[in-house]
Write a protein that binds this ligand. Structure first.
Ligand SMILES: Cc1ncc(COP(=O)(O)O)c(C=O)c1O
Length: 283
């Protein structure tokens, strides 16, 4: 059953409520994480929470009060929902106060967690690949923080959806940064490339896992951004994310990528990523 936790209370998701003066509603003053469970195990919970804690330090958000700790709470919600393959959403906001840009001192943060069955992308999409479009990266400059301020991501992803595409690849100063809810990899002249960690991208947990398996497979790789010109002649292209996993992009802005089918390096990484998930979430 889809469940929600809000500041100490667990209820069915549709009964959960928050205060209208929560700063996340008024200012998007909060952080979030999406963590996936496979067969009853949360995949790479540690790196997700590390990233959240780095965001809390950057935005001066206090650790939420949970009697047994955040990790234990997340595991409890997953367990109580009874759903082994799920999507856990964690949101930490600065809390509730009368609207004013400068928050009052000593605010109590709001912790919201939801857990529901994962809605996996159809297998056929992974086999055949997806379409993507490109757009200027019009987001703010602190993209390394996973804040709830996602209105630009929402607008651009909707643009992609309306164009019949799965994702929208973003570019700044002529370089591809990432996509609206995933990181971007390309194979260019036989080398696997992705943007380096910086304030221009959200450093994905899946991105890190894919780089790990690429290293294990001995694939030539570089964390170096690529230009729009380079991506237009890439042999292979794919996007990565917690819910997206490794998704081949076979058509970009209406033109085929490589031969218009998922390439061999992408397929090896798709498989190796799934093996990694299986090995880390096995009984
Ligand atoms: C902008 C952006 N980049 C990349 C990612 C991928 O991150 P992860 O692999 O940790 O899910 C996300 C995930 O939501 C995202 O929103």
């Amino acid at each position: 059953m889809p469940l929600a936790y809000v500041n100490g209370t667990i209820t069915p998701i549709e009964r959960a409520t928050v205060n209208v003066e929560d700063r996340c509603l008024q200012f998007a003053d909060g952080l979030y994480e999406v963590i996936r469970a496979y067969g009853g195990r949360l995949f790479r919970l540690g790196p997700h929470l590390d990233r959240m804690r780095q965001g809390m330090a950057a935005l001066d958000l206090p650790e939420p009060r949970t009697p047994a700790g955040l990790e234990a709470l997340l595991e409890e919600l997953r367990e109580r929902s009874g759903e082994p393959d799920g999507q856990l959403y964690v949101q930490l906001t600065r809390g509730t106060a009368p609207r004013s840009h400068v928050p009052p001192p000593d605010m109590e943060p709001t912790l919201i967690v939801t857990y529901r069955a994962a809605a996996p992308v159809p297998e056929e999409r992974y086999r055949e690949g997806a379409r993507a479009i490109t757009h200027a990266d019009v987001r703010w400059q602190w993209c390394h923080l996973k804040t709830t301020a996602l209105v630009a991501n929402v607008a651009l992803r909707t643009l992609a959806h309306r164009a019949g595409a799965y994702e929208c690849l973003l570019h700044r100063d002529g370089l591809v940064t990432e996509a609206t809810s995933s990181n971007v990899f390309a194979v260019i002249d036989g080398v696997l490339r992705t943007s380096p960690r910086s304030e221009r991208i959200l450093s994905g947990v899946t991105r890190a896992a894919v780089l790990e398996v690429a290293e294990r497979l001995g694939l030539p790789r570089r964390e170096e951004a690529f230009s729009l010109e380079e991506v237009s002649r890439a042999e292979e292209l794919f996007v990565t994310g917690t819910m997206t996993e490794v998704m081949p992009v076979v058509v970009l802005d209406g033109r085929p990528v490589g031969d218009g089918r998922p390439g061999p390096i992408t397929r090896r990484l798709q498989e190796a990523y799934r093996d990694l998930v299986r090995s880390e979430t096995a009984g």
